[in-house]
Design a protein around this ligand. Structure first.
Ligand code: G6P
Ligand code: MG
Length: 217
């Protein structure tokens, strides 16, 4: 039976996807590289370094330059997330976290971001999470299952006992590979492989979600 939830952060609990986009866009403009919102969609859930390589579209730079570009993007991102406050928790997310706690279930964060701790502190939801797995936790990133397996281990639960909530195709893939039940947030084209697909968490009540999950042995 389900004993815990593992939440992705960006695009699930808050819309930092927009800030990641603005930071990458600013860097791309400085480099004279075209970069659209549509292209940014492909970067959801993708770690910083792989995102940069995708943005560069085959342009090569020495390692030191790549590091400088990643640092520059992150400094823009940090500038944007300074604005984040408890109002930026997406509709339904705080309520769901509270319900999970009240029901005696566990909740963890499973985010590829190295800025995840700062973001959950600013959102004021760190206290509703029993464990945090972030961009520092594992080497192999999504779509490898490692980050979610790490989060489940921190909760002391098996994958079959956990539901992963994800908005990225790479994240859904990672969770399925790890043997988790998956709730996909967003359009079918992006998260259609998840067991349950929702447009967002607005109005998502714990009992309804649990009732919609496939039965586990
Ligand atoms: C999440 C976001 C990605 C981001 C990645 C790394 O997965 O969806 O857009 O690239 O985290 O974030 P970071 O804050 O470490 O650059
Ligand atoms: Mg995400």
């Amino acid at each position: 039976s389900i004993k815990g939830f593992i939440f992705d952060l960006d695009g699930v609990l808050t819309d930092t996807a927009e800030y990641h986009y603005r930071a990458w866009k600013r860097l791309a403009d400085e480099l004279g590289i075209p970069f659209t919102r549509e292209e940014n969609e492909a970067l959801r859930g993708i770690p910083r370094r792989e995102s940069l390589l995708l943005l560069l579209k085959g342009r090569t730079f020495p390692e030191a330059t790549l590091n400088e570009l990643m640092e520059r993007k992150n400094s823009y991102y940090l500038e944007y997330i300074r604005e984040i406050s408890p109002r930026d928790v997406l509709p339904g997310a705080r309520e769901l976290l509270s319900e999970i706690r009240a029901a005696g279930l566990k909740a963890a964060l499973g985010s590829a971001s190295k800025n995840a701790r700062e973001v959950i502190e600013r959102l004021g939801i760190a206290g509703l999470l029993d464990a945090v797995a972030d961009g520092y936790s594992v080497t192999r990133q999504k779509p490898a299952p490692d980050l979610f397996l790490h989060a489940a281990a921190l909760l002391g639960l098996a994958p079959a006992e956990c539901v992963v909530v994800e908005d990225a195709a790479a994240g859904v893939e990672a969770a399925l590979a790890g043997g988790f039940t998956v709730i996909g947030i967003g359009p079918h084209e992006r998260v259609g492989k998840a067991h349950v697909v929702l447009p967002n968490l607005a109005g998502a009540r714990l009992a309804d979600l649990l009732a919609r999950l496939p039965m586990h042995a």
